[in-house]
Structures are given as C-alpha cells and as structure tokens.
Design a protein around this ligand. Structure first.
Ligand code: NAD
Length: 506
C-alpha cells in the first residue's frame, strides 16, 4: 500500500485496479487501546460485511463491557498523567497537524476501507471523506496556540481568570454514513481541548476509525489518548454511555438511540451528552425560483451518498404552478447521476449500508404507494446480481404531510414531493416535523427568502442553495435533531468546562 500516492493518481485508477488493491489489503479489525491492537477480552468477533457485494471482508473484535472498562481506564490514566493536556500548546498543534498530514498521505488505504465498509463511491471517499477528515483535524489543530482564556472585568483588587478546562474522558459514538468525517468532527475538538477519547464506531463501519487511531499514535499522540473500541451498539455503545468514569458522550446517530443516551447519562453519572441526530429536511420552492438551479441542488441533495445523509433534502414542498416542471427537471438530473459499482470511477451513487437497511428503504417506498403516493421515477432495487444493496434514485409524488414517508427518516435515495398554493401553508408543512436539522428555501424574491429562512426551524437554512458548508460554520439540529454543534469554534465549547479562579489582592 503506497501512502505517498497523490489523489490525481488515485482518481485515474480503474475498477480492476481498485479491486486488486482491495484484495491486497490487510483488514485490521481489532480494538486499539492504550496504543496497541487488542482483540476483545472474550475472544469473540463478528463479520464485517461489505455492502458492495454482501461478502465478508474481515473479522471485527466484538467488544463489550470489559473492553470498554479497559479503554476508559487507559483514557483516564493518560488524562490524569497530563501527557497530552499539559503538553505545550505549540507542540500539541504540531502533533495534530502531523496527524492530519498522515491522514492525507494515507488516502489510498483510508478511502478503500471507507468504500469497502459503507459502499460509497471510492472517488467520494477520496475527495470528500478522507479530505474532509484531514481538514477537520488540521482546522482544530490551529486553535491549540491561538485560543486564549479570559480575564473577567472585576474591581482593581481582584483577578478573576475564566479558564477552559478539558472535561476528561470523552466517549464518541458515531454512525456508519460518514465514519471518517463524523469521527473527525468529534476527535478534532475533543483532542484540541486536551481530553482523552474512546471512539465507538458503528458496527457496520469500524475500519476507518481503527486506522485513524494508528495514525494518531504515529503522529505523536501519547498512547491511551485516542482509543477505538468496535462492537455493537447494545453492547459496546451502551457500556460506554453507561460508564461512570466517562465525562461526556458525544453522539451522532438516530433520534431513537439519542434518547437512550440521555437515559444512560441519567442512570449513571449524569455525564454530559451532545446529540447530532436524524433529519427530514425540507426544500420549500416558490413559483418564482430558478428551477434549473433548484433541480440540480435538490437531486444531488437527496441522491448524494445514496440519501444516507442526516441533512439530506428529503422533502420537496413546491408551488403547484411549477411542481410538474420541477419533477421533470429533477428526473433529468437524476438520470445523469450514475448508480454503479463503488470502485468504478464513473459511479456517483453506490450501495446502501446493509441488507436490513435495503429492506427498510424499499419498505418505505411500498408504504408510500400503499398510502396513495405515486412513484414518479425509480422505486426499485438495482444491481441485484452483485449481491450488494442498491436502490434507484426515486421520487414519490402526491405525498400528503401525514404519510409515513413524509414524517419518518427514510435515509435512502427517496425524495417525497407535496404541492402548495399558499406560502404560509408551505411553511407550516415544512416545520411540521419532529426534526430540525436543515432546510432550504428557493425564490428570487429576497423579501420572501428573508422571511421564510427566518421562520424555518432548523440548525442550517440554505437560501437558493443546498449542502454548502465549511468547517467554520456550526452544524447541528433544532428539536429532535439534537443539540450541541459539530464544526466551527463553537464545537470546542462542548468539550470543556469553564473554571473561574478568583484571586483577591490587598
Ligand atoms: P444508530 O443510532 O442506529 O447508531 C449510531 C451509533 O450508536 C452506532 O455506533 C451504534 O452502534 C450505536 N448504538 C446503537 N444502539 C445503541 C445503544 N443502545 N447504546 C449505545 N450505542 C448504540 O444510527 P445509524 O443507523 O448508525 O446512523 C443513521 C442515523 O444517524 C440517522 O438517523 C442519521 O440521520 C443520523 N445522523 C445524524 C447526523 C448529524 O450530524 N445530525 C450525521 C450522520 C447521521
């Protein structure tokens, strides 16, 4: 595996080339605790199945309570020793920047692991997932020697320092849709702040997280500061969230499991909880919108990553005057998005994560039709001969707001469409959801844009655009999409406590 290849060489590689690299890859499925690989204490493991073809690609350590205890003890010991949190800020920055460089240099292996594990197109893994993961670590590294604490404005005889202190041991529990990126969103600010971390990747996608821990150690992060413990949610995840020596759980995943996190915190040590949860993001399209722009952004906003994106624009709420025209235009864009084998460089939409999820997505399409929706295009499983889990880009039209497909997160390449005649109605339907992760409004009238974007209840609202983002903007939800923000300087606040040190002078 040549980690020095640049991404131009990689993007030119054909499917056979990627298949050869995948065949030569050694899959490391053991946990990474205190700077070394270890199997589960029970000796048990489970199959890692690739959604590309349904084949087993490796064995993963099935970690449980005892393994979590070991990882948390290692994280606690390094935290108390101060080897990381008391390291000179400039030196901490160097270590984190080196970590980011090693991620970039390892793009070939990391992209392969990500694509094998989750079935996304390998070019996306290279250009988006690995690149954004490295950028995120580098972004937070830069704060290490720039973030100052405060001196409060007190009287002349007092000095009140307001200091940020790391919380201690952070449990990071992440989902399978963007394993590298979401791990970095948590590891970056948590490490920058001086914490130690125990990362629990999703059982479907453990490989990237394990590799990140190896690279962090190579970059100079002291052993025990970043530990990775693979396993099932009900076992490893639950043990981590219930652990009384974990100071905070930073969770990304479903709203259902997010609610459990709060329960586990209450049942254990009242640890802090930050939640990034599900979404059902609406596009509100007014009759005067630039439909060509909107059609492209709407199609990519639901079909990118096969719709397995928390903020995917999954509900189209469109003025009746332009509804049919817009659906036609979305279909034209969708036809240009190539569904295919994830190692094929022309592929833009790959597999769904596993067979259970495939059934779930197809079941939602059936339920929509049973409740009276119409399949405008797509709607079927594809590429069955591969043994993998592929679904066509789909639009369900004539969806009423009370239907299940309009209310529940499908997490697949399925866009629901409902029409409106009155803008106030559109806004009411857009906000009539338990979720509040993201939303978009499309109109040429900036007065309408201003009013509607202000009234949409979501953590991010795009105006005449969709899915544009930067590490400098906070990301997270309103309502049952969670609380706490990933990305930007605001994310750092989650991983620190404020301490006031007050000194009185005579
Ligand atoms: P999930 O909630 O099933 O699992 C997420 C993580 O929690 C996994 O690591 C899993 O092993 C663990 N887990 C499951 N049950 C657990 C339990 N009882 N105790 C402790 N841990 C447990 O979610 P998923 O299916 O992996 O991911 C898809 C969901 O994630 C979608 O709802 C999506 O919207 C959401 N998501 C949100 C964001 C965001 O930033 N808001 C980003 C990506 C994904």
């Amino acid at each position: 595996m040549n980690g020095t290849l640049n991404s131009d060489t990689l993007t030119a590689r054909d499917r056979a080339g990627w298949e050869r690299s995948a065949a030569a890859l050694k899959i490391e499925g053991r946990a990474f605790i205190n700077g070394r690989h270890v199997g589960a204490l029970s000796g048990r493991s489970f199959d890692d199945v690739s959604p590309i073809n349904g084949k087993v690609i490796g064995q993963i350590a099935r970690c449980e309570t005892a393994d979590i205890d070991t990882a948390v003890a290692a994280a606690r010991a390094t935290f108390e020793s101060g080897t990381w949190r008391r390291m000179e800020p400039r030196q901490r920055k160097r270590v984190l920047l080196r970590f980011a460089e090693l991620i970039r240099a390892d793009v070939e292996r990391l992209a392969l692991l990500e694509t094998l594990d989750v079935g996304k197109p390998v070019l996306n893994s290279i250009q988006v997932d690995v690149a954004s993961c490295a950028d995120c670590i580098a972004y937070y590294a830069e704060f290490a020697d720039k973030l100052s604490d405060e001196i409060a404005p007190t009287g002349p005889h007092d000095l009140a320092l307001v200091r940020r202190e790391p919380l201690g041991v952070i449990g990071a529990i992440v989902p399978w849709n963007y394993p590298l990126i979401i791990s970095a969103w948590k590891i970056g600010p948590a490490l920058l702040a001086g914490n130690s971390v125990v990362l629990k990747p999703a059982e479907q996608s453990p490989l990237g997280g394990i590799r990140l821990a190896e690279l962090a150690l190579e970059a100079g992060l002291p052993p025990g500061v970043l530990n990775v413990v693979p396993g099932f949610g009900e076992e490893a995840g639950k043990a981590l969230a219930l652990h009384s020596d974990v100071d905070m759980i930073s969770f990304t995943g479903s709203t259902e499991v997010g609610k459990l996190m709060m329960r586990y915190a209450g049942e254990s040590n009242l640890k802090r909880v930050a939640l990034e949860l599900g979404g059902k993001s609406p596009h509100v399209v007014m009759a005067d919108a630039d439909l060509a722009e909107a059609a492209s952004a709407i199609a990519w906003g639901i079909y990118y990553n096969a719709g397995e994106t928390c903020h995917a624009g999954s509900r189209l709420i469109v003025h009746e005057q332009v509804r049919e025209q817009l659906i036609d235009m979305i279909e034209r864009v969708a036809k240009t998005i190539t569904l295919g084998h994830p190692f094929d460089p022309v592929t833009q939409m790959g597999a769904l994560i596993d067979s259970g999820h495939l059934k779930r997505v197809l079941g939602y399409i059936d339920s929509g039709v049973a409740e009276g929706a119409r399949v405008a295009f797509g709607g079927k499983q594809a590429m069955q001969d591969t043994g993998g889990y592929y679904v066509e880009a789909t639009v369900l039209d004539a969806v009423r707001p009370q239907m299940r497909v309009s209310r529940e997160e499908i997490f697949g390449p399925v866009l629901t469409v409902s029409g409106f005649r009155d803008a106030a109605d559109a806004l009411r339907v857009a906000n009539d959801t338990v979720y509040g992760l993201a939303a978009a409004v499309w109109t040429r009238d900036m007065n309408v844009a201003h009013r509607v974007s202000g009234a949409l209840r979501a953590g991010t609202v795009w105006v005449n655009s969709f899915d544009r983002s930067s590490l400098a903007t906070p990301f997270g939800g309103f309502k049952q999409s969670g609380f706490g923000r990933d990305r930007s300087a605001h994310a750092i606040d989650k991983y620190v406590d404020l301490k006031t040190i007050w000194t009185a002078f005579r």
